[in-house]
Design a protein around this ligand. Structure first.
Ligand code: PDD
Length: 280
């Protein structure tokens, strides 16, 4: 695999970052994951705009222009022959060669890393045909989940808890209400109404969420953006999640309770279809 690091395209075994990098020592870094279908980037603009916002919120310098970022994405897709897969991008605050809680001076160069993940069959995944089982766990993450930082230890632990419980993923709960999945936004459907948490600092403003809600609206589906509990989700007709890495993923079980007949619901399946059609 050819990867990108700070201006260079290199074999992955030759790409290096300093051990003092603040991304490594302090999780002082933000990221984006963009999907690729038929060799084309899905919603690059949305991801670039959110990256800019994450950087701004943390007073971090942009490593390059949006046009340069697009060029790097395209070149990596080409160099690695990606037809279906993902591109991971990370910007960290870099380092001035030591460990210090205080940010380094403003002229410190941020570290920019990108790599591709080849995932043939991503759009046609068997996981989506089966649907996902989720468990619920407490949301103990920090209060700025709208910023896409690499502080992903708790979401990783949530995935491990899900696996240990024989499930696929975890939905997180704060003050009695579902926030989101470990790496996706969460929805349930009851009597034809799609319910999802409204945007705030409590959840990531998903790029896929925005596209899917627009498509649902265009398809005359009913949407309610409001807080919801895990008990509501358990009594739902169906449920699903959205993310750049799994598009629309049907959810068929919540805390051991099967939704509907325990197979992917019609609205989730329809939205997945429309989303993939529209994106290509
Ligand atoms: N995760 N919520 C969280 C906590 C996420 O980490 C993600 C994305 C989403 C969905 O956002 P989007 O539709 O823009 O991908 C919601 C990425 C895919 C990841 O960490 O791999």
């Amino acid at each position: 695999r050819t990867v990108y690091v700070n201006g260079e395209y290199l074999p992955e075994t030759e790409a290096t970052v300093s051990i003092f990098d603040r991304g490594f020592l302090f999780a002082d870094a933000v990221y984006e994951v963009t999907s690729v279908l038929d060799g084309k980037l899905i919603d690059f603009e949305g991801h670039a705009v959110r990256l800019e916002r994450s950087l701004n919120e943390l007073d971090m310098q942009a490593p390059c222009t949006k046009e340069e970022l697009l060029e790097i994405h395209r070149k990596l897709v080409e160099l690695n022959g990606i037809e279906e897969g993902l591109i991971y991008l990370q910007v960290s605050r870099g380092s001035d060669g030591d460990r210090d809680f205080v940010f380094p001076s403003e002229d410190t160069k941020p570290t920019l890393v990108l790599f591709t993940q080849n995932k043939p069959g991503l759009a046609n995944s068997s996981a989506a045909q089966k649907g996902a089982k989720v468990i619920s766990i407490e949301d103990i993450r920090w209060g700025r989940r709208d910023i896409k930082t690499v502080q992903l230890l708790y979401p990783s632990m949530g995935k491990m808890m899900a696996k240990a419980a024989g499930a696929d993923d975890a939905w997180m709960i704060e003050d009695g209400y579902v926030t989101e999945g470990t790496s996706n936004n969460a929805y349930y459907v009851k009597d034809g109404v799609i319910v999802t948490r409204p945007l705030s600092n409590d959840i990531l403003h998903g790029i896929t969420r925005k596209a899917v809600l627009r498509l649902a609206e265009e398809a005359q589906m009913k949407i309610e953006e409001r807080l919801f509990t895990i008990d509501e989700a358990k009594e739902a007709d169906e449920a699903f999640t959205t993310s750049a890495s799994a598009f629309v993923m049907p959810v068929v079980e919540v805390d051991g309770v099967a939704l509907g007949d325990g197979t992917p619901g019609p609205i989730a399946k329809r939205l997945r279809e429309i989303y993939l059609e529209e994106s290509r």
